[in-house]
Design a binder for this molecule. Sequence first.
Ligand code: ATP
Ligand code: MG
Length: 449
Amino acid sequence: LAQEMTRALPVLETLQAHGYEAVFVGGCVRDTYMGRTIKDVDLATSATPDQVIALFPNHIPTGLKHGTVTVMMGNTPYEVTTYRTESEYEQYRRPQAVQFVTSLEADLLRRDFTMNAMAVRADGTLVDPYGGAGDIDRGILRCVGEADARFQEDALRMVRAVRFAGEFRLRIALGTWRALKRHAPLLRHVAMERIGAEADKMMSGSHPRRAAVLFARSGLLAHTKERLPSCLTKQEAAHPHAPFAGFEAAWDDGTADKDKPVDYNWLRTGLILGLAPEDADALFEALKYANSRRTNFGLTMSLAERMDASIGRIKVNEGAVEEARALQELRRFWMDAILSHGAQIADNWLYALEHLPLDNAGAGQDRGLYASLPTLLRELREEMAVTDMRGLAVTGADVMSHFRKPSGPWLGQLLKELLREAAHGRVENKKETLLKAAEALESQRESRG
Ligand code: ATP
Ligand code: MG
């Protein structure tokens, strides 16, 4: 038993002591067998939800209709789900009703893939009636039972197939892959939110790009309820990495950073796929992600384009870019970006750049420029004494009382100029110095009329 499972043993043992059967199931069994770290430990039992609740006063009735009770052990939640079968799948979606059963095998039979249909008993014995362990050994993802029927019951399973195959570097069994291709159009019955949740899991897994490419190759992207940007649904989307020769090794070997927010991985994928900012935004909208996420993401993506344009401008004016001039331009560009959007934008980029194989990217003569970008960003982050208003040593109130003037458009304008001066190191970020600089700026403005 994995350590995480041992910790949950008291829950299993309590159920068993009262005459019920109880086992570990699903992801934790699969991950242990694969030698991976476990995300969460889920339990299945022959006890009904009412019986579970009676045994554990400290519980949350998470999904009683589907047989799930969350049992709290200290601060750790464990999902305990009653053995069940599913029927009456409504329109290729999750079932309307479930039936509680007493047989573990029947419960495992309703699960999606053989590797997810294994259980482990308290004494460590593996219950594996559908050959999950053998499939894992051979590196194969396979539906439990008839793939055709399983994808018709719940079309989201096709997306999950892509996610697991990408994450665990599995080949999809021929019958399962054929059924997926055949039933891809059924995906339109699945709520976009569920697809969005799976897509997020793909991006936070260890092989986001592999999953993204497989997703495109599966043809599933063309069949979502809400249309996705056409650059993702076209046939070529299956081979989005043409300009990134040699890049698979750089990103495809488990380098995703699990400590970073999932948006970092989305950003990398967006850059690699060459998503335009408006397509990125359309994608996030279709997947029903929060507006704040959309804004943040779109902003970062659009910076990429503006940066290209900014370098392109000097080129047009001066022919072949002189590297030093271009670097200067880049520096000014990023300083402005940080001052307008906050330092987070530079951190996002730094992270994305460090994880992109830039040696293979960037068109010909710009390559050197792009390659020096991480260093430039890091320098900027260190050099800039202040990056936003909160870091400024004077407040709006300070400035108002200094000038004995009521608030107005002048105030915001002045503060912005002060921030710029302080950020560029032209004025020290100290109250007195800033107020003196403010006086100079104001009198300049007045003399300009
Ligand atoms: P993860 O590590 O991503 O959490 P997981 O296997 O635990 O992977 P969950 O979505 O948490 O995935 O589901 C837990 C278990 O429930 C799965 O292992 C599988 O047995 C079953 N399951 C989940 N979703 C479905 C589905 N749509 N159809 C059939 N079985 C499913
Ligand atoms: Mg899970």
